[in-house]
Ligand binder design. Structure first.
Ligand SMILES: Nc1ncnc2c1ncn2[C@@H]1O[C@H](COP(=O)(O)OP(=O)(O)OP(=O)(O)O)[C@@H](O)[C@H]1O
Ligand SMILES: [Mg+2]
Length: 310
């Protein structure tokens, strides 16, 4: 493929509008994102013990986390773990590192790690602070590590809990949290927020918002291009960004000053985009809905008939 020109300069943009990194400056307040952010912020302020944020890949969970961390009260000390395929002692090590008190024992002695962890948490409490543990990509946590987290959450004084836990993960996490080996963990989850892909309307507004952010609110996408983008991305923000970024490159390489349906089509064809049919209604779901609709209509007509001619 021909070398692409620098599309940021070409389109006169202040920045790349569709980067893949979760940048709080580019936060678009779609309804589920606002709800998740506000509910979790409130729960953290109230000192809730266990919280969960679920959402399919690329829907904005890490972005919400960044926004929450930005607005965290000074008495909450965050320990964010992002690569959690670790055993219980590995997790404790990661948390201690995040707290700025690396493990000072030899090997992986779980008892020693727990002792040091408890001392560090009590030390925070004596300074009027509280630990806020976050595990991102928590669907990768082994069961015994989740169980360890549950045990950690029992550390409390007579009067209050000393730490809070937020698990963030893809929908598999829900299933994992229900597993019988985890005892009553599901019952202890006080707050569970969920993100979903954008609706078509939300996606249109999201794209306009990002255009405006980089100083080109005048760029628009034709309805056909929007429809194609929605079909190709399933409304998932990360996929929208990927396709739009590529579409900008393609449009600029062809000397265009707008993004056309054709640019989205070529972008879609040149990018590896996973099939996510479960996010779309298949014909059998549509057929079920149609059949239920017909049944209800027949019941309605039958009832009316009975009332008129009993
Ligand atoms: N409400 C939003 N406003 C602006 N950008 C968003 C929004 N939601 C998601 N994005 C963008 O979508 C991309 C993916 O977001 P993010 O990395 O937070 O997803 P994720 O749910 O954590 O995915 P994964 O499960 O793969 O970790 C990022 O570029 C992010 O900025
Ligand atoms: Mg993420």
């Amino acid at each position: 493929m021909a070398a692409y020109p620098d599309y940021i300069g070409y389109f006169g943009l202040k920045d790349a509008p569709f980067r893949l990194s979760p940048d709080p400056d580019f936060f678009f307040p779609a309804a589920p994102h606002i709800a998740a952010k506000e509910v979790l912020k409130f729960a953290i302020e109230r000192g809730e013990g266990f919280m969960v944020l679920i959402g399919p890949a690329g829907t904005g969970k890490t972005l919400i986390l960044r926004l929450i961390l930005e607005g965290l009260a000074p008495d909450k000390v965050p320990a964010v773990v992002v690569s959690p395929t670790v055993n219980p002692s590995g997790l404790l090590r990661l948390i201690l590192d995040e707290m700025g008190c690396p493990y000072d024992g030899d090997g992986d002695d779980l008892g020693l790690l727990l002792k040091q962890f408890q001392a560090a948490v009590l030390d925070l409490a004596s300074k009027g602070k509280e630990l806020f543990i976050v595990v991102d990509e928590a669907q990768n946590l082994p069961l015994d590590t989740i169980e360890q987290l549950r045990l950690l959450s029992n550390i409390e004084t007579d009067r209050r809990k000393l730490l809070q836990i937020l698990l963030i993960g893809q929908p598999e996490l829900d299933v994992i949290l229900q597993s019988p080996q985890l005892g009553q963990l599901a019952q202890r989850i006080v707050v569970r927020e969920e993100l979903r892909p954008f609706t078509r309307q939300e996606m249109g507004a999201y794209i306009n918002f990002r255009f405006a952010k980089v100083g080109r609110a005048d760029i628009t996408l034709a309805p056909r291009a929007l429809s194609r983008l929605y079909r190709a991305s399933y409304g998932i923000p990360r996929l929208i960004n990927k396709i739009m970024d590529r579409a900008f490159l393609i449009a600029s390489s062809r000397g265009r000053h707008m993004i056309y349906d054709e640019d989205i089509k070529v972008a879609q064809e040149t990018l590896p985009i996973p099939e996510m049919t479960h996010l779309r209604w298949g014909w059998h779901q549509k057929a079920m809905i149609l059949a239920s609709g017909c049944f209800l209509l027949m019941m309605f007509i039958w009832t009316i008939f009975k009332v008129i001619r009993p």
